[in-house]
Design a protein around this ligand. Structure first.
Ligand code: MG
Length: 250
């Protein structure tokens, strides 16, 4: 069942989303050659605590960190470690906070130093796919409309969406109904109503093979070990259209 948020819940979620935006901006400002993903994670965790929040990902089903840091062929759920950032890296940062009983969650992909044109193209398509998905968060539309516009746009551009992971509702739980795949049929799924809040998160790659999960049980990588990108936005359905609480982007 998709939970409708009250106006007071929405207010807190907006505040949490804006706090999370500031936190991730600060983390991104620390990105430079030679910095480790572990350092970015511990900085993020400190900032979340300073904001009187709890890191939503840490200990979630055993995940060890506050930040997911997914590099290059890593799509999502990369675990921060001692790997130093190098020029040409594509780094996806996914972050979540719980504060006053409500969650916020979003992700962005950052180009480290100078990246290839291929990498820029991939990021651009993923960013645009998120925008197109967000635009479908209109009262009366269906969840499949979001999925369809993302999947069809990405395919038309010659890339492929990840099918094994999905966007989701968010509120008093980090992952609520509905699941929002990045592909699907228009005019299918649940009807969108005012007060629903969704995390829409296109994950895009160059191959159309199944993803693989590394031995750590978390890090998800592309089958051909080529690049992927990931942007996530948190969007409320209002009577005036989609309201973006926070989103990653170029
Ligand atoms: Mg999410």
């Amino acid at each position: 069942m998709i939970k409708i948020k009250s106006s007071s819940e929405l207010e807190i979620m907006k505040e949490n989303a804006s706090i999370l935006r500031k936190i991730l901006d600060k983390v991104v400002s620390r990105i430079e050659l030679g910095v480790t993903t572990q350092e970015l994670d511990s900085y993020a965790e400190d900032l979340i605590h300073e904001a009187d929040g709890t890191p939503a990902f840490k200990n979630y089903r055993g995940f060890p960190s506050s930040l997911c840091t997914s590099l290059n062929e890593e799509i999502v759920h990369g675990i921060p470690g001692r790997r130093k950032l190098e020029s040409g890296d594509l780094l996806s940062l996914d972050i979540g906070i719980e504060r006053d009983g409500l969650f916020a969650d979003f992700a962005t992909t950052v180009a480290v130093g100078k990246v290839t044109e291929k990498a820029m193209g991939l990021m651009s398509v993923t960013d645009k796919a998120l925008t197109k998905g967000i635009d479908k968060v209109a009262v009366g539309n269906r969840v499949g409309d979001i999925s369809h516009v993302i999947g069809s746009f990405v395919n038309e551009e010659g890339y492929h969406v990840v099918k094994e992971f999905v966007g989701h509702g968010i509120g008093r739980d980090m992952h609520e109904d509905p699941q929002i795949p990045n592909y699907g049929e228009p005019d299918t799924g649940k009807r969108i109503e005012e007060g629903m809040v969704f995390c829409i998160e296109p994950m895009v790659k160059l191959d159309d093979k199944k993803v693989e999960v590394l031995d750590d049980g978390w890090t998800t990588v592309t089958a051909d070990r080529d690049l992927s990108a990931h942007f996530e936005g948190m969007v409320a359905a209002t009577k005036d259209g989609p309201e973006v609480l926070v989103r990653g982007g170029l």
